[in-house]
Ligand binder design. Sequence first.
Ligand SMILES: Nc1ncnc2c1ncn2[C@@H]1O[C@H](COP(=O)(O)OP(=O)(O)OP(=O)(O)O)[C@@H](O)[C@H]1O
Ligand SMILES: [Mg+2]
Length: 476
Amino acid sequence: MTVLDLAPLTPMHETVRRPLYTETTTSQALYLPIAPPTLGTAGAVIGRELYSGKAFIYCPFSAFGDGLPGGNCIVMGDTGRGKSALTKTYCARQIRLGRQVVILDTKEQTEREEGEWSALGRALTGNPPVKFAPGDAGSSCVNPMDPAITGKRQIELVRTIVELGLGRALDEFAGSALRIAIRRAHQRAADEDRQAVLADVASSLRAPHEADAAAKQRSPHELLADGLEASYVLDRLCGSDQDTTGDLIGMLDGPTSLSIDLDADMVTFDLTRVPSGGVAMTILVAVIAVFLEEVWLRAKCECGSEPGQHERVTVDASSGAWELGANPEAGCRRYTQRKRILVAEEAWHILGTPQLARLLEKFLKFARGFGLACIFIVHHLSDIDDSAETKAALTMADTIVVYSMKKAEAEDTAKRLGLPAWTAEHIMRLRRGVALWKVGDVIYPSVQHLLTEAEQHLCFSSGSMSDLSNEDPQND
Ligand SMILES: Nc1ncnc2c1ncn2[C@@H]1O[C@H](COP(=O)(O)OP(=O)(O)OP(=O)(O)O)[C@@H](O)[C@H]1O
Ligand SMILES: [Mg+2]
């Protein structure tokens, strides 16, 4: 019995090698750095995936339909890991693609005595930041009573301001007195040919009209009692000529500053002088959010014209369905909604305050319709409470970027975001500039953010320049 049949090895049975046909995809699998970026090639370059070496390009506006339901994003991680640097370069790169960006900047760059986004804003637009500083004559002002904010929205906003100042909800009687006072304030201002301000609401609350009281089956005294507390709150917040201690003095109690150019590519609201975590910051963010929604987020084509200036093109004669087409005057061939990005630094102020989280929830929910992508930057989820509003806001984040964190926070983050258990340890070990990205349902464990030399000084947040020249995030 032959144990080994050598016959097949005789020259007669020599194996014939078939030629190897390779395709681009095969060679890409063998050598990943030449493979196309996973999320497509359109959008802002972020850097590279460390495991594969593939380029990492991200754009919520282009990735739509490719597994990304919306453009909202939360960036989190320990201090100094690269959250702001990533967001700054990302925004700058998106602006090159025609997007508009608004930033709520809350972190001061001490040596420059202004917000850390101001330098980037100046470099990109030439405009200084819109600076808010309570009690400072040079402070910018956003008027909650601005006629640009429509009726119902304005009533809700002024009510939110009073409730935040008061620390509790207004009852029906006070709410009704406030509505009446807002209407009267507008009438009074129109008679004097000027814009109504919050001080007009406070004085209308203190001087109710007999006709308004009668319409509500109340006496003028009762109507006065209903709204008196709200008027005190407005006085306290906005101050007066005699009292200059108001938390919001100079920031909400006058007409909206003309210097706010919401058509600029990038608008930086510098909130670094507003005490963080206090009522003033909360109220200011609430007002800015509504102002942005009413004025900045108005539908606009990328060519700069309004939808009404574009032709209506019937796409289905039987149903009469139509879409917006060309605007020959502007030389624009088709209406394309302008895309916007809203960045909130230290966003735990927002997510941790139920009234603001509720307000932002609306932003997040309808972001897609607005052509908007919101980016919230936080340290850890433990900064944020577990309220229903916060949870809702978190579930609306379609992309989550996690930089390095300490053990307890990494474990908490993985648990609250429903990430696999291995990610907790992985997050703890991430180097500066490298983050775990979760885009839709897909996890990219190590994405390295690459900064060009020109961007480095604009993203530098740590003070001394010598620090920067010695820094190499790869060796961190
Ligand atoms: N990918 C990177 N490549 C090179 N340098 C980086 C990178 N990411 C961040 N840095 C540098 O690290 C420093 C800290 O980064 P950054 O300000 O983005 O941290 P942060 O996470 O926002 O911190 P904080 O929570 O304190 O705001 C900056 O000076 C920045 O220039
Ligand atoms: Mg930062």
